[in-house]
Design a protein around this ligand. Structure first.
Ligand SMILES: NC(=O)c1ccc[n+]([C@@H]2O[C@H](COP(=O)([O-])OP(=O)(O)OC[C@H]3O[C@@H](n4cnc5c(N)ncnc54)[C@H](O)[C@@H]3O)[C@@H](O)[C@H]2O)c1
Length: 343
């Protein structure tokens, strides 16, 4: 499979590193593209890509490209994905898939119409403890789920927001602490719970940074089952904390963060499920370049196999839509000062 990377910035390094690990499995670093020619040239030289483009339409017109990785600013994802789908390419799209519910739905419609194989990136879903916890919830091992929490308290200074013109803007980042950083954890807690959402009630504020979007937010998600999910999301929490996830049930509670399993408690101690390995620690609380590559390796391997075998990959766009819809619901609730229904 020949991979083409569109957007040669920070996350593109993770894609290149993951593809290096998959070289022996037939995944080739073939083409890359950036509108800044020096960035594209440097990236190609650093990571061994043989073709360089400065206009992504030309990369999409290259018949040798099988799978494109969309690594441009978030508010451009939809257009690039739609063009790639219309060009007949398989697609890997960085999070968030898009930045509004309307654009997310538009992407899904085009991808379905073209029967495109598309993988979205939410690498935390590959954490063994998250997979185990989702399974425990499904099997009822925690009893009735009454409450859950995702504490997503990152630190990003003003220099981070100034480092690229799109960061912290409504048009291209789609929001701040929630839409850029917190989207990972919101996706993860909702995926582990596997429940349907009734309403969200939230406050999103700009407390410390010189940006138009939120740097600090809190929300309550009311699930259809009755469970309440508490979300904290910030980029103002010095020095940046491990994201922490807890699901409380009346027969058991599991809590973990980026490096540890914090609680693994079951009322029936004798038959308590075995603790899973945490797997590779997930970074990024203090610095975006510290995220691991395990999840990206798994998701890129999976799309290559999905294309080869003609199957749906692990994280198709329908799966990646909910977190964006919930975050936009929190923004809307904050504007209106009342709970908002999530369709
Ligand atoms: N999965 C993760 O943990 C993770 C981590 C970081 C970033 N991301 C996501 O990756 C995306 C990019 O973030 P980043 O931090 O790498 O940004 P970045 O600013 O470092 O890189 C984006 C690159 O895209 C290029 N670009 C812009 N428009 C383009 C176009 N039309 N055609 C080709 N190239 C274009 C820019 O010149 C820049 O080099 C964002 O959507 C972000 O949310 C995901």
């Amino acid at each position: 499979m020949n991979f083409g990377i569109i957007g040669c910035g920070i996350i593109a390094f993770t894609h290149a590193s993951a593809l290096k690990q998959l070289e022996g499995e037939g995944c080739k670093r073939y083409a890359c593209c950036d509108i800044i020619p020096e960035k594209a040239d440097q990236y190609a030289a650093d990571h061994g890509f043989e073709k360089v483009y400065y206009d992504y339409h030309e990369l999409l017109a290259d018949p040798n490209v099988d799978i494109v990785c969309v690594c441009v600013p978030s508010g451009l994802h939809g257009q690039v994905v739609i063009d790639a789908s219309n060009a007949g390419k398989a697609i890997v799209c960085e999070k968030p898939m898009e930045i509004t519910p309307e654009k997310v739905d538009q992407v899904i419609e085009v991808v379905q119409k073209n029967n495109t194989t598309m993988q979205c990136i939410f690498q935390r879903r590959l954490m063994p403890v998250a997979i185990a916890l989702r399974q425990l919830v499904q099997e009822g091992k925690l009893g009735r789920i009454c409450m859950a929490e995702a504490r997503l308290n990152y630190y990003r200074d003003q220099a981070y927001y100034n480092s690229a013109g799109w960061r912290g803007t409504w048009d291209l980042d789609g929001g701040g602490a929630l839409m850029n950083q917190g989207v990972h954890g919101i996706d993860l807690i909702l995926w582990m719970l596997g429940d349907q959402i009734d309403t969200v009630y939230g406050k999103a504020k700009t407390m410390s940074r010189d940006i138009p979007v939120e740097d600090t937010a809190a929300a309550l998600i009311q699930m259809k089952s009755g469970a309440m999910v508490i979300i904290e999301g910030a980029t103002t929490a010095y020095p940046g904390f491990s994201s922490t996830f807890t699901i409380y049930g009346d027969m058991g509670t599991v809590s973990f963060d980026d490096q540890h399993i914090i609680a693994w408690e079951f009322i029936d101690k004798e038959n308590a499920p075995q603790r899973p390995d945490l797997g590779e620690a997930v970074g990024g609380a203090k610095n975006p370049i510290d995220i691991g590559i395990y999840g990206h390796i798994c998701l890129l391997r999976d799309i290559a196999e999905a294309v080869r075998d003609g199957r749906t990959p692990m994280l198709p766009p329908q799966e990646a839509a909910l977190a964006v819809k919930v975050i936009c619901g929190i923004y809307e609730s904050s504007r209106q000062g009342k709970p908002v229904m999530i369709g």
